[in-house]
Design a protein around this ligand. Structure first.
Ligand code: SF4
Length: 257
């Protein structure tokens, strides 16, 4: 072996490097200032807590069957706790559903030391910094796109689950950057419970799918637009898709903190 050659990073090494780059990113000054301001002012209920107040890294590990893709961290949820969908009502809904469907070891998610592990699943957002009014600008989404691409490249999911129309659109917009992605024309529009095949299974490769679900935001869950049975059905369909594919459940029992 030539010891003068720099060592090639493992996939796990690349995943860790990606998370460090996310945490250190300061590209969107509006979002950086907002996350710092929220972290300083805090919500009354969390005055004794140290907010994360930075870009939030992915939760999970590379090489999983399911990648859940949301919009952006909650100001007093992930922006406080530093872990995707952790510490707010949206997260309560998501992790209960993930646990019921076998993708998480427990239904609760409070902080980074609460013992929660994902099973064959990772979670990301199209925008890694909490935006004012939960609305990232087009430019901010574009700035964050390379992180989304790298997460998908390393996670190698068989199923991508878009939580909401913005995540759905952001995923389909990656077609020109992911050589395996071939989207039917006209481009499918977002609808809760729908799924679209993104790549055909050939030469030992499993087909990849995009699933859509309403985001478990309070706006959707309080109004009954998204109910728990509706959410469970999406994960049940995802489980069925993974289980019928060759090797689909091969790494089902691997967990990540
Ligand atoms: S939104 Fe993304 S690109 Fe913008 S500062 Fe946060 S991590 Fe960086």
């Amino acid at each position: 072996m030539d010891k003068t050659q720099p060592k090639k990073r493992t996939v796990v090494g690349q995943w860790k490097a990606l998370q460090s780059s996310v945490i250190d990113c300061r590209q969107c000054s509006r979002l950086f200032e907002h996350t710092r301001r929220v972290a300083k002012e805090k919500r009354k209920a969390y005055l004794d807590q140290e907010y994360w107040g930075r870009p939030v890294p992915d939760f999970g590990r590379p090489n999983v069957s399911l990648l859940v893709i949301g919009l952006a961290p909650g100001a007093h949820g992930a922006n406080r706790t530093g872990r995707m969908f952790t510490g707010d009502r949206s997260g309560d809904w998501l992790y209960r559903a993930l646990c019921r469907s076998g993708f998480a070891n427990q239904p609760t998610s409070e902080n980074r030391e609460d013992g929660l592990c994902l099973v064959n699943c990772s979670i990301t957002n199209v925008c890694r910094c909490a935006p004012p009014l939960n609305k990232p600008t087009g430019e901010e989404l574009l700035n964050c796109r390379p992180f989304l691409l790298e997460t998908i490249r390393l996670a190698r999911p068989q199923v991508l689950l878009a939580l909401g129309g913005l995540a759905w659109k952001a995923i389909l917009n990656l077609e020109s950057s992911l050589e395996w992605m071939k989207i039917p024309r006209p481009k499918p529009t977002f609808s809760h419970g729908d799924r679209v095949q993104l790549s055909a299974g050939s030469r030992g490769r499993v087909p990849r799918w995009l699933f859509g679900s309403y985001h478990p935001s309070q706006q959707n869950t309080f109004t009954g637009r998204l109910t728990e049975p509706m959410f469970d059905k999406v994960f049940s369909d995802i489980n069925n898709t993974i289980s019928v594919s060759p090797g689909g459940r091969a790494n089902k029992n691997q967990v990540s903190e």
